[in-house]
Design a protein around this ligand. Structure first.
Ligand code: AMP
Length: 393
């Protein structure tokens, strides 16, 4: 059984919470606090219940070495601002001093420990490291969805040392939208896919061929399919190693799901070329590349979205980071946002799509925006998440 936060008596207990504070930082300031805000419901619940809270997280990839640019101190300052209270911080997550601070906590206090990945033992899922982390708490709550597909000491290893363990509100919500909602979706179910890398989305496509009514494919990954169909894609991005896989997917989809590709594209010589024009997807000139979906594609995709009961979106429709090639992604985000208003379930699967809607200031236009990129893809592809499985009692 997987226990949820509300089933624990937390009063005066030391609660060790694995959060995902892997946030961008510039000049020692957090530039995007989405993941910290997403952990607040769990932290606030524990505070209201009178718990003593110990937070653990990673940031970036320091490969087992201290790196002042990857300190969790700025995340701690942001958290203190959001909670409107001071918090304690220890600069080594398993030192004697850190354990002493934890043992001295009073109910209603928060102790954040420094970046777990300053110790190589974290990603090695080292047993002694897990034991040392476990010493901080009497109850273990995992609320770090972004790393739930990883088998590390702070999510997998540590859970062995707790009888009282469960998931926080964020993981609970992510499972509700990315797992439960996909088992019995409000129909029609539409998957909208984009982005550059096709190989990271193959498992997802193969699963959704079985369950989705429509799969809309835009972004750079569409060109591998268009080339496999024999179209002239000019100098557009293509993954030659995936051409045969793309053919297999299209053959498997026949009669099961409606696989739809761009009919027109915004093309230019490069991402820096301001001189772009619209071409039919079969007529891209040799020296041009498709960098965004065109107006007919936006219309086709938006019509399918408007008629869908559930829409899952992962990956931008073009090079949204560059003005001039952002329009397709923005317009589809608007269409999906409109579907939310019309009571469709709309889910943004994290990663670059989440970055895009942040850029367009549309974070609140969807039923759910996932905090995990790789974790969301893994769960949606039907994989079991080791760190969540480990919470079963
Ligand atoms: P991914 O990590 O696979 O989701 O890829 C995201 C990246 O795909 C973004 O940085 C986009 O700029 C890029 N992208 C989207 N469409 C295209 C395209 N048509 N050509 C090249 N890159 C693209």
């Amino acid at each position: 059984m997987l226990k949820t936060l509300k089933s624990f008596d937390l009063k005066d207990k030391r609660v060790l919470i694995r959060v995902d504070f892997n946030v961008p930082v510039e000049n020692e300031l957090v530039t995007d606090d989405f993941r910290i805000r997403s952990a607040l419901p769990t932290i606030k619940h524990c505070l209201n219940e009178g718990a003593k809270i110990i937070l653990i997280s990673h940031m970036g990839r320091p490969n087992g070495k201290f790196d002042s640019n990857l300190s969790l101190m700025p995340a701690g300052e942001k958290l203190a601002d959001l909670l409107e209270m001071p918090i304690k911080f220890s600069d080594n997550c398993i030192s004697e001093d850190a354990h002493d601070v934890t043992l001295g906590l009073r109910s209603g206090e928060v102790h954040l420990l420094e970046n777990l990945r300053f110790h190589i033992e974290e990603t090695n899922n080292d047993q002694n490291f897990s034991i040392n982390l476990a010493k901080h708490g009497q109850v273990f709550i995992n609320d770090a969805f972004g790393t739930a597909h990883r088998s590390h000491a702070s999510n997998l290893g540590v859970s062995k040392y707790f009888n009282q363990k469960g998931m926080g509100f964020l993981i609970d919500k992510e499972l509700e939208f990315l797992d439960e909602a996909m088992k019995a979706p409000k129909k029609p179910l539409t998957l909208v896919l984009g982005g550059a890398k096709i190989d990271t989305k193959i498992d997802l496509i193969n699963r959704f061929i079985q369950i989705a009514d429509h799969i809309l494919i835009g972004g750079g990954m569409a060109f591998t399919f268009l080339k496999a169909k024999g179209k002239n894609i000019g100098a557009s991005l293509v993954d030659e190693t995936m051409l045969s896989q793309a053919k297999i997917i299209m053959a498997n989809a026949r009669g099961k799901t409606n696989l739809i590709f761009p009919s027109d594209l915004i093309c230019a010589k490069s991402m820096n070329d301001k001189d772009s024009s619209i071409f039919n997807s079969n007529e891209i000139p040799e020296d041009l590349m498709g960098l965004d979906i065109g107006p007919s594609t936006i219309k086709n995709f938006s019509d399918v979205i408007a008629a869908s009961g559930t829409i899952l979106w992962n990956g931008p429709m073009g090079v949204f980071e560059v003005d001039g090639f952002h329009n397709g992604t923005e317009k589809l985000a608007e269409s999906i946002g409109m579907a939310t208003k019309n009571e469709s379930i709309t889910i943004v699967g994290g990663g670059d799509s989440a970055a895009a809607i942040k850029k367009f200031e549309m974070m609140h236009n969807f039923s759910h925006v996932s905090t995990g990129g790789g974790a969301a893809l893994s769960l949606l592809s039907g994989n079991t998440m080791p760190a969540i499985y480990a919470l079963e009692i």
